[in-house]
Write a protein of this length. Structure first.
Length: 572
């Protein structure tokens, strides 16, 4: 005949059915923050109930004590799993080993005391026995109280985290947090009631039943409110990961929060919270002016920092409570790359629509004029006139090629390649020697120097050398082309002894404007500028009456050079 302990044991064993089903459903969401620990906590609660039931079914001392030891193990698993589940659910990020390891120090020590109890009696005392009903009567030692105290510490911490989530969240996520909290309070309360000794029957531990009630509540949260599927995104995480800068202001225009992107854009040297917006924007008068007054919607302003001009699109939106504005949200978006790209496209249209047509028209006039002269004159200068026709045609072709090269360079997504700069210089010098036979070109290069650069770097080097020779009116222009290597960089140097690059031509690298005077001579320099930027290189110009020195510094590439050397070693 079944007695009370057997009936209760059978009931506890049956709790594995609903909890097992819920564990299987949660397993599909184990990669979500909190998912794996939720599975662990429910597994611990299920093992707790099963082992307590087995302890009631066994009449012998050894099996009863073994079942009780397993209860301690599964209780620890349930409490630890619930703590980490609450942490991940609240923080919205996976728990790392730096947090897991310290939490597990006490549980590991407790388990060592538990399973070596026969050696010291610090967990179960000598008066532990099985009574006439077959129920294990425990003599609690210091190890048990350590286990109980630490377990309740984990429970309280979990409850506090869930309360924080309940207060912090809204709508669906608040309902999730509320159900999570209630589902955890029920077994925690029943455990306190049982351990305190106020429950009338010593074997009738209500905690596993409390967990069954909690599991039912969590199941409701899982299916009704999409727990672990509709996961809340914490405000701080969203702000931290945004590319746009965000400032939160109170009604006194004091910054209460600023994400990392805003701190970088405004160069605040730390968190600006607590400072007035006016003080933070003091280095940026244009931005300060744009944000003065009421709401602002997508206004683009130019700001300068350390000599670098950037373009920011700003918005300013009130935070309203009823009819009153209690603060402001300022959004900043860096549009520098977009603005520069738009500027490049506009300049390209000018190049193709004005410069190219202008040059073609002028050169074709030369072709026509000389054609007419050749048609009416047949004296000894015919050869000279013919040469002028050929030269003019060459100029037209070269200008068109440069313009087409520039058109292809105005592409923000162009790739960079590993290029041997020494080979580029060698080819350029051969070309220049043929085109300008009177020029004296000195070359100083190592055997090789690989760089990461735009594939149009050859055109840029050619333009620099050509510009150095063309602007020298002497009978024998002198040009020095050198490649200098450093640990992480490779520098191209082009020097000449001409009159020096003019300020007007140098403006190509800064304002990049176009007018009647510089559109022809500056076309090659525009190409250089685009290649330098697409190569993520840097350019320096030093010019005086004795000549011009142009330096372009590229990022050095080692992979291709190493591969070539390895290939050379493998050749027989």
């Amino acid at each position: 005949m079944l007695v009370g302990t057997d009936l209760y044991a059978a009931f506890l064993l049956l709790t594995v059915l609903p909890t097992g089903y819920l564990i299987c459903r949660l397993w599909d969401h184990r990669e979500q923050p909190g998912g794996r620990w939720f599975v662990l906590a429910l597994s611990g609660a299920t093992g707790w109930a099963v082992c307590w039931g087995l302890m009631l079914l066994f009449n012998g001392y050894t099996l009863s004590l073994l079942s009780m030891n397993l209860v301690i193990v599964f209780v620890t698993v349930a409490f630890v799993g619930m703590l980490f589940m609450a942490i991940e659910y609240t923080w919205r990020t996976h728990v790392g080993y730096r947090i897991i390891a310290p939490v597990l120090v006490v549980p590991v020590a407790v388990q060592l005391l538990l399973w070596t109890n026969s050696l010291h009696g610090l967990f179960w005392g000598p008066e532990t026995f099985v009574d006439a009903r077959g129920v294990l009567q425990l003599d609690h030692g210091i190890g048990f109280f350590l286990h109980t105290g630490y377990g309740y510490l984990l429970v309280v911490t979990s409850l506090v985290l869930l309360v924080v989530a309940l207060v912090d969240r809204k709508g669906l996520y608040r309902k999730q947090a509320a159900l999570m909290l209630v589902g955890w309070v029920v077994p925690a309360a029943t455990s306190v009631v049982f351990v305190s000794g106020v429950f009338p029957t010593d074997y009738l531990n209500p905690t596993p039943v409390g967990f069954l009630v909690g599991v039912s509540i969590w199941g409701w949260a899982l299916f009704r409110y999409r727990l672990l599927r509709a996961m809340p995104i914490a405000r701080r995480t969203a702000l931290r990961e945004m590319d746009e800068g965000v400032l939160i202001l109170d009604e006194e225009m004091v910054i209460t929060d600023a994400n990392p992107a805003a701190q970088v854009m405004l160069d605040t040297d730390g968190d600006p919270a607590g400072r007035r917006l006016e003080a933070v924007l003091d280095p940026f008068p244009s931005l300060q002016s744009a944000l003065h007054g009421g709401p602002v919607t997508d206004r683009t302003v130019a700001v300068s920092s350390a000599g670098d001009e950037r373009f920011l699109t700003v918005s300013k939106t009130p935070i309203e409570q009823g009819e009153a504005a209690i603060g402001w949200v300022v959004a900043l978006k860096d549009q520098t790359e977009l603005m520069r790209h738009e500027e490049d496209l506009e300049l390209l249209r000018e190049v193709l629509g004005r410069v190219l047509r202008h040059d073609i028209r002028n050169k074709l006039n030369v072709v026509r004029m000389n054609g007419e002269l050749l048609a009416h004159r047949t004296d000894g200068d015919l050869r000279e006139k013919a040469r002028r026709v050929v030269d003019s045609a060459d100029d037209i072709i070269e200008t068109a090629e440069t313009a087409r090269a520039i058109e292809s360079l105005v592409d923000a997504d162009r790739d960079r390649y590993d290029i041997d700069l020494v080979a580029v210089v060698s080819d350029t010098v051969d070309w220049a020697t043929e085109k300008y036979p009177t020029a004296v070109i000195e070359v100083e290069t190592p055997t090789e120097a690989w760089v990461r650069a735009d594939e149009a770097v050859t055109l840029a080097v050619r333009s620099l050398v050509e510009n150095a020779i063309d602007h020298n009116e002497g009978p024998a222009p002198s040009v020095r082309v050198a490649v200098e290597t450093a640990a992480e960089a490779v520098r191209l140097v082009v020097e000449d002894d001409g009159p020096g690059i003019t300020q007007q031509e140098r403006q190509v690298f800064y304002s990049r404007s176009i007018d009647q005077l510089n559109h022809g001579s500056g076309l090659g320099l525009w190409l250089v500028d685009w290649v330098v930027r697409n190569s993520e290189a840097s350019l320096d110009i030093d010019a005086d009456d004795s000549g011009t020195r142009v330096s372009v510094t590229f990022t050095r590439s080692f992979e291709t050079a190493d591969a070539d050397r390895d290939a050379d070693r493998e050749r027989p």
